[in-house]
Ligand binder design. Sequence first.
Ligand SMILES: C[S@@+](CC[C@H](N)C(=O)[O-])C[C@H]1O[C@@H](n2cnc3c(N)ncnc32)[C@H](O)[C@@H]1O
Length: 273
Amino acid sequence: MGEQITLGEVQETLLIPLYGRAQDAQSRSSMLGDRKAVELVDAIDYDFTKFRGPSLVGAVLRASIFDQYVREFLDAHPDGTVVDLGCGLSTRFDRLDNGRVRWFDLDVDDTMALRRKFFTDSERYTMIAGSLFDDDWHDQVRERGGPVFLLTEAVLLYFPEDQVHETLRRWSTVFPDTLIAFDTGGHLMMNSQDRNPVFKAVPARMEWICDDPTTLQDFGLQLIESRTFAQPQPSVAQRWSAKYRYGMRLFGWAPPVTTYKLNLFRTKPVVSA
Ligand SMILES: C[S@@+](CC[C@H](N)C(=O)[O-])C[C@H]1O[C@@H](n2cnc3c(N)ncnc32)[C@H](O)[C@@H]1O
């Protein structure tokens, strides 16, 4: 029998990108080649087949765009620190490990308990059980010194606007002059959730609507790049199968795809007196 799981509502959504990556790994023109995702899907006792529709491949496209943001950070700072907040069962560390990065994966207790069944800490890789909304993890990350990259993929969307804004404001103070990557969804995307086949299969719903990521400058975040699936980095597009490379260029301009944005911000530097 497979691994039994009991996850909270938002936590259960981690199984959607996991299944998307597993399906991608089994296709002839795999974009991420995430074989570990196939192992995990096989090992977990869950009816993954109930997940259908474009969000599965969307999770793969999204992961590849965020991978590239992290890759570029590591090219500039090979000894830097990366923190994946709400990592789920992501295998990003395995994909991007350059042999020098210090990596933290954080997720809430039930998800982390599941993750620990399949992943282990190592000298440069540490899993933290906790909430991204709490401050407990800040010192652990800051103690290391040096440049930090914060990433939170498909997590903030599930929380109320006030809570997200307050957290972004705190991060921009605690981590000045730091790169932060996360996704935002506009009205058209958020209002079509009930028609999305993956959301027919889980009770969780996304809450935070952000039509324009530049408005997050009010919380100390300067927008550096904002991409939709129609605008991947050229090096990322090269790794996409032709179906998505050309398909997204042609059809990715239609809402609600255009209202889903994969953003890279930098927090304000400390202003010396
Ligand atoms: C849609 S999944 C995304 C998982 C992963 N980032 C990925 O893309 O594969 C949402 C994730 O948010 C995590 N999560 C929910 N509440 C959280 C919190 N307060 N702090 C950190 N992570 C949280 C869940 O456990 C889950 O792993």
